[in-house]
Design a protein around this ligand. Structure first.
Ligand code: PMP
Length: 458
């Protein structure tokens, strides 16, 4: 492609698709025919809606990738970002500090539970998880117990796409091809109550899942286990809400064995469940480390954070040994990203969006649960403004996966969903109104009727 043609008038949509297919490798590309299909070209967005290049409007059901809390097109965000760019676009986070990063660090420390007062800024969720694991390893080396490094994680958990973060990710497709780090991690079986054996109570299922952790620690030896990493709700794994009581009991087990508890709140943080963080306020636990990203800036700019407890920091510190905690990024604490996060948090506060989520969630969950009446649906589950529809037996085979079918039909009807094999998940912008929630679920009902019709015709 010549530079001249890039400079001339606006490129046509076909050209853009052509350049995209030819030169851009997208995240999570299906490697059978990755040049073979066009991605939806999104032109613009406002509130909870996106418009494609043909001018068609869609409700953004997944809220970008679970991140656009305050919705699209916020003038205040544009102004805050522009103003920071003009004042100070960048400075070294190693040797200098800026106002936005200091204010944001204080703000996150105030929001986080317990003694989680130490904020390390990263470029996103994966690098926050990386930092959390490096913290565990650094601490245990420091304490003279270099074997205490194994991370216990869970099947269906998702923690990111750097090598380290993907190594503790328990989704089969993520871990099967990047398999070097097997020494580092052990996976516990699926905690999803929907998968419990027929006839088993949820309480018994919880006992079994808690025992899975205890047994794993006994098998590996507590002296070899550095951390347990867990999303409060396993989001990318299909919005799996562990059975009631699971979080508190697993937290206690970790404390007993001096195993650090890392709560990965990349999705559940910043209001998705109606609170800044879900660990303490929804599930009653204080982790040793919280990782977050996404809703921290509502996706307007990339930023993540790893929030570490005072007690872990104390154990990493040795006044007689000035070894560096050699962990850092050029863009750690990026001033423009921090300014965007501060404005995003201000909007969440001023517009009482967390309260709004707490008020709206019961209605959202009720409309979600009503979808159980469709034969093609096996399970629906969720919490806050998070939801998942899982297909039943009729949609398990071959091409007839509920995720792909719903994706196709909903798109025709003006709603984007995120397909995940036999599931579709939702995490709309938190500013969604009650009427818009109804609009979304009305489309889902019509789409499930259509899917039912297509399956019975097939
Ligand atoms: N942890 C969780 C729980 C996530 O859902 C994600 C992203 N979906 C990540 C970590 C990784 O975050 P990022 O894509 O910003 O690196």
């Amino acid at each position: 492609t010549s530079v001249a043609s890039l400079d001339s008038n606006l490129p046509a949509a076909e050209d853009l698709h052509d350049w995209d297919r030819t030169h851009q490798l997208h995240p999570w590309a299906a490697m059978d025919d990755w040049r073979g299909y066009d991605h939806m070209m999104v032109d613009s967005a406002k509130g909870i809606y996106l418009w494609d290049s043909a001018g068609k409007r869609f409700i953004d059901g997944p809220g970008g990738m679970w991140c656009v809390q305050i919705g699209y097109g916020r003038r205040e965000m544009a102004d805050a970002i522009a103003s920071q760019v003009m004042t100070l676009p960048y400075t070294s986070p190693w040797t200098t500090v800026t106002e936005p990063s200091a204010v944001l660090a204080k703000k996150l420390a105030d929001m986080a539970p317990g003694d989680l007062n130490n904020v390390f800024f990263t470029t996103g969720g994966s690098t926050a998880v990386d930092t959390a694991i490096r913290t565990v390893h650094f601490m245990n080396n420091r304490l003279g117990r270099p074997d205490k490094k194994i991370v216990i994680a869970r099947e269906k958990g998702y923690h990111g796409s750097t090598y380290l973060a993907s190594s503790v990710t328990g989704k089969e497709r993520d871990k099967s091809r990047f398999d070097v780090e097997k020494r580092l991690v052990r996976f516990l079986p699926d905690v999803n109550p929907y998968r419990r054996p027929e006839g088993m109570s949820v309480e018994d299922w919880c006992d079994e899942k808690v025992a899975d952790l205890e047994n794993m620690i006994a098998e590996v030896g507590a002296e070899n286990v550095g951390a347990f990493i867990a999303e409060p709700i396993l989001c990318s794994g299909g919005v799996i809400v562990p059975p009631e009581g699971y979080h508190k009991r697993t937290r206690e087990i970790c404390r007993k064995h001096d195993i650090l508890y890392i709560s990965d709140e990349v999705v559940t943080g910043f209001g998705r469940l109606g609170h800044w963080f879900a660990s303490q306020e929804v599930f009653g636990i204080t982790p040793d480390i919280i990782t977050c990203a996404k809703g921290l800036t509502s996706g307007y700019l990339p930023l993540g954070a790893c929030i570490i407890s005072d007690s872990v920091m104390e154990r990493m510190t040795d006044p007689d040994d000035s070894v560096l905690f050699a962990n850092g990024y050029t863009y750690s604490a990026h001033p423009v990203c921090c300014a965007a996060a501060l404005k995003n948090i201000e909007i969440l506060e001023d517009e009482k969006i967390l309260e709004h989520v707490r008020e709206l969630a019961p209605h959202f969950q009720e409309r979600l649960r009503a979808l159980r009446r469709f034969d093609v649906v096996g399970d629906v589950r969720g919490m806050g403004l998070l939801g998942c529809i899982e297909g039943g037996a009729k949609t398990l085979a071959g091409e007839r996966r509920l995720g792909a079918m719903l994706d196709e039909v909903c798109e025709e009807m003006g709603l984007l969903v995120r397909p995940l094999i036999n599931m579709a998940v939702f995490s709309p912008p938190l500013v969604i109104t009650r009427a818009e929630v109804d609009e979304m679920f009305d489309i889902l009902e019509r789409a499930l009727e259509e899917v039912t019709r297509r399956l019975s015709d097939a």
